[in-house]
Every structure is written in structure tokens, then in C-alpha cells.
Design a protein around this ligand. Structure first.
Ligand SMILES: O=C(O)c1ccccc1NCC(=O)[C@H](O)[C@H](O)COP(=O)(O)O
Length: 211
């Protein structure tokens, strides 16, 4: 299973989280977020990471040229579109960035929102399901309704996100069978300042489950 830890800013924290077993790290390229990172900060983190770690830039309603500039200049392996991007927009980004994983994040309120994920299947590599919050796009710490996800089998691999923590990850994975998980505030001391003890506890929980 893929394990993505999002909202990384500090190079040493990024390295430690990768050493713990994360398969992907996420960088928030959304200026209004308290986890925002500049291109230069991403470059410093990426320089410390092994090549097998996926490096994902998170954007929201950004210009495709800006997305491509950051992706190409920081060796990102993927971009996560976390705003109101349309399937057509995802297709455009995929054409501009061939060879880069395109992840579409969708904020799920109900079964209708879940059904809407099918409109993206042909235009993205991966889906990410996050909780809905009326004011914030992501990193909210809110969980979505796992009950409606029990039978969710989209035509693309998918990440479960939204309010996951070392304390609830086992319950989430008992109900839901995603291809990956994504955590941010559940393993933080403060926005973009990751708590390495919580990260270690997360991996302990995941190891216990896989035994
Ligand atoms: O984390 C942010 O601040 C953020 C801001 C704007 C768009 C997306 C953002 N985060 C995207 C992520 O992938 C988070 O990991 C995801 O929302 C889950 O966050 P959390 O509920 O805190 O685990």
C-alpha cells in the first residue's frame, strides 16, 4: 500500500519520514495554506530524498504553466490537483506533463460526490478522496464517511485521505480498502511541522496490521 505524508517543509523531517517507510511525500503549493512551500524549499527537501520516494506537488486551481514550472524545476514525480479542476483541466495538465502522475483530489460529502469521481477516470492516473470542509480545501483533520466507501472500486487506484491519524488508521483500513493512504495534520505538531513520534506510531500501526 502507498503511504503519502503531506505538508512537508523541513528537509530533515522529509528524510526521516522517508526512512520510516513513507512511499510518497507531498508539498503544498497553495499560497493560502499554512503549509505552503516555495519552489526553493521543495528543492531542498527533494535533494535529501532517495529516488524511489514519490514527490508530489499539491496545487489548487493553479495555472497549468505554473504547475509545469514547479514540477519541472523540483523533480516532482506527480502533481495533485486539489481544487475545483475539471476533467478537461486534468487532461490538459497530463498533456503538458507526460510521465508525471496526475492525482485528482475530490472532497466527498455524499454518494453523489462519490459517483462524480467516475468523470475523472479517463484523465488522471490516481484519485484521492478527502473530507469536505466549507472553508478549507485540505489539511482539515476532518474524516469523511468511511461507510459510503466500503464498496468503492473506481477505475483508478485511489488514496484515502481526511483526518487519518495513528489512532484511527486501523479502524479506517478495516472498513475501507484504498490503494494508498494520505495523512497530514494527524502526524503534525503544527502546520508543516511534522511530529516524528506520531509518524513512528503510524508505521507501528501499519506493521501490526500487515503481520
Ligand atoms: O494541507 C493543506 O494545507 C492543503 C491546503 C490546500 C489544499 C490541499 C491541502 N492538503 C492536501 C492533502 O493532501 C492533505 O494531506 C489532505 O487534505 C488530508 O489532510 P488531513 O485531514 O490533515 O490529514
Amino acid at each position: 500500500m502507498r503511504i503519502k505524508i503531506c505538508g512537508i517543509r523541513d528537509p530533515l523531517q522529509g528524510q526521516a519520514i522517508a526512512d520510516n517507510g513513507a512511499t510518497a511525500l507531498g508539498f503544498i503549493c497553495v499560497e493560502s495554506s499554512p503549509r505552503y512551500v516555495t519552489l526553493e524549499q521543495i528543492q531542498l527537501v527533494v535533494a535529501k530524498l532517495p529516488s524511489h520516494i514519490d514527490k508530489i506537488g499539491v496545487f489548487a486551481n493553479a495555472n497549468p504553466t505554473e504547475i509545469a514550472f514547479i514540477a519541472n524545476n523540483s523533480a516532482l514525480t506527480g502533481v495533485q490537483l486539489h481544487g475545483n479542476e475539471s476533467p478537461e483541466f486534468c487532461k490538459q495538465v497530463r498533456e503538458i506533463l507526460p510521465g508525471i502522475e496526475i492525482i485528482k483530489a475530490l472532497r466527498i460529502r455524499n454518494v453523489e460526490d462519490l459517483d462524480n469521481t467516475a468523470t475523472f477516470t479517463d484523465y488522471v492516473d490516481t484519485l484521492l478522496l478527502d473530507a469536505y470542509h466549507p472553508q478549507q480545501l485540505g489539511g482539515t483533520g476532518q474524516t469523511l464517511d468511511w461507510n459510503i466507501l466500503e464498496e468503492f472500486k473506481p477505475g483508478r487506484p485511489w488514496f484515502l485521505a481526511g483526518g487519518l491519524t495513528p489512532d484511527n488508521i486501523a479502524s479506517a483500513l478495516n472498513k475501507v480498502k484504498p490503494n494508498g493512504i494520505d495523512l497530514s495534520s494527524g502526524v503534525e505538531k503544527a502546520p508543516a511541522d511534522k511530529d516524528l513520534d506520531k509518524v513512528a506510531k503510524l508505521f507501528e500501526q501499519l506493521t501490526v496490521r500487515s503481520c
